[in-house]
Design a protein around this ligand. Structure first.
Ligand SMILES: N[C@@H](CCC(=O)N[C@@H](CS)C(=O)NCC(=O)O)C(=O)O
Length: 229
């Protein structure tokens, strides 16, 4: 078996290795390990890397982890243009200097940016409970026009404003629920489309919110952490 690279291109170190190998026509078998599906936690992958992390290089019986070590191994084993990892002592030291700095500085910072903007919702987001929506439909709405009868009441107002919370977060609350969707249309019509949109403009734009300033972040931190526990 030739060179195998266990990668997920979601990962920065994996992308660096992938680009380096491809750009330099280094032949390899790509073994994709999908982190979002937890494939790195499988027993099979633990046989390859007991630390259960990507990237991993397998060259015959030789297994190597740590992206920098892998890049240097590839640069040493294959004929690659000198500029990638120069032979000149000081030029090489400049590359080493950056590689050492990157891991403790820029990497941590960029990784946190990705986790906070993208990955935390992937792992922490809770969908609106289908059971709860079924209760709303089955116990409260039933076959009525509105939750408590033929006319809109405070119950409808409180319910619709609540459901617009996850809608504002991008959840498809009404998808596949024609009865609830029709109720929403009736509530919107009863309230008036213009007023409904006006009242929900802020929540519907909430997902585009800018990061809070550092002082406010610090002040809010305990509450924010409590929300995700
Ligand atoms: N220092 C290692 C970092 C390896 C690493 O943290 N890989 C991440 C993806 S970027 C991973 O596999 N995480 C899975 C986990 O920790 O569960 C390297 O540069 O290769």
């Amino acid at each position: 078996m030739g060179l195998e690279l266990y990668l997920d291109l979601l990962s920065q170190p994996c992308r660096a290795i992938y680009i380096f190998a491809k750009k330099n026509s280094i032949p390899f078998e790509l073994r994709t390990v999908d982190l979002r599906k937890g494939q790195h936690l499988s027993d099979a992958f633990a046989q390859v890397n007991p630390l259960q992390k990507v990237p991993v290089l397998k060259d015959g019986d030789f297994i190597l982890t740590e992206s920098v070590a892998i890049l240097l191994y590839l640069a040493g084993k294959y004929e690659v243009p000198d500029h990638w990892y120069p032979r000149d002592l000081q030029a090489c030291a400049r590359v080493d200097e950056y590689l050492a700095w990157q891991h403790t500085a820029l990497r941590r910072n960029c990784l946190r940016a990705l986790w906070h903007k993208v990955m935390l919702p992937v792992f922490l987001a809770e969908p609106v409970s289908p059971e709860m929506l079924a209760v709303l439909e089955g116990k409260f709405l039933q076959d009525k026009a509105f939750l408590t009868g033929p006319h809109i009441s405070l119950a409808d107002l409180v319910a619709i404003t609540e459901l617009m919370h996850p809608v504002g977060a991008g959840c498809q609350v009404f998808k596949g629920r024609p009865k609830l969707a029709a109720w929403r249309q009736r509530v919107e019509a009863a309230v008036g489309e213009v007023l409904f949109q006006e009242a929900h403009e802020v929540i519907l734009k909430a997902k585009d919110s800018q990061p809070a300033d550092p002082t406010l972040k610090q002040k809010m931190l305990p509450k924010v952490l409590a929300m995700i526990q």
